[in-house]
Design a protein around this ligand. Structure first.
Ligand code: MN
Length: 196
């Protein structure tokens, strides 16, 4: 995918800050592709059936060779919105090679990164323009848009890390990021954690 020279190097223009890394194909995730991941199942079903099945997020990957010495990078856009009181978010994942970290750099928008280790250590990080975030090895990670504009991040990780979406799809994260009564994000226990 793409005309990128992974052998001799290449520059890439991210100045548009819209996440559309030139020459990369977007992967689009609509709400219907996240069935069961939001706490409010009724609100989720209504948004899919009556709300036009909105695009929740998309990401651009460049097709790096999946070798341990290469780096995969690209951009991710999580759109603003909520399902019930739960902010739009990505599916989230562990890396298949659990001992691999990732760096995110926020280009625009505001939100947070929900992270969780297999042992249950939950850490919520703030994402803000101009700030980098180090997601350590072993922690699952999910971008959450808590603002009113698209949350655009640049990411880079070891190219052979792989994505384990299944664990989160089955068990969920232990915590949810909800809009509180004061309009601010708050963490809540996930009543569905652990799977059906
Ligand atoms: Mn990752």
């Amino acid at each position: 995918m793409g005309d990128f020279d992974w052998v001799r190097g290449f520059p890439l223009d991210f100045s548009g800050v819209d996440g559309s890394s030139k020459g990369a194909a977007p992967t689009v995730r609509r709400l219907s592709q996240m069935r069961g991941m939001y706490a409010d199942a009724d609100a989720e079903a209504r948004a899919v059936a009556d709300g036009g099945d909105p695009v929740v997020y998309e990401f651009y990957e460049l097709g790096a060779p999946e070798l341990p010495g290469d780096l995969a990078f690209g951009t991710s856009i999580t759109y603003p919105g909520k399902v019930g009181s739960e902010y739009y978010m990505t599916k989230g994942h562990f890396h298949t090679i659990l001992d691999t970290a990732e760096v995110y750099y926020t280009l625009s928008g505001e939100g947070c990164m929900l992270t969780e280790s297999p042992e249950g250590d939950v850490v919520l990080h703030t994402l803000a323009p101009g700030k980098a975030l180090y997601v350590p090895k072993r922690y699952a990670h999910r971008s959450v848009n808590t603002g009113g504009a698209p949350l655009v991040t640049f990411f880079v990780f070891r190219a052979d890390a792989g994505h384990d979406y299944g664990t989160i799809e089955t068990k969920g994260f232990r915590k949810l990021v909800l809009e509180g009564p004061d309009g601010r994000p708050r963490l809540a226990d996930n009543p569905k954690w652990g799977g059906a």
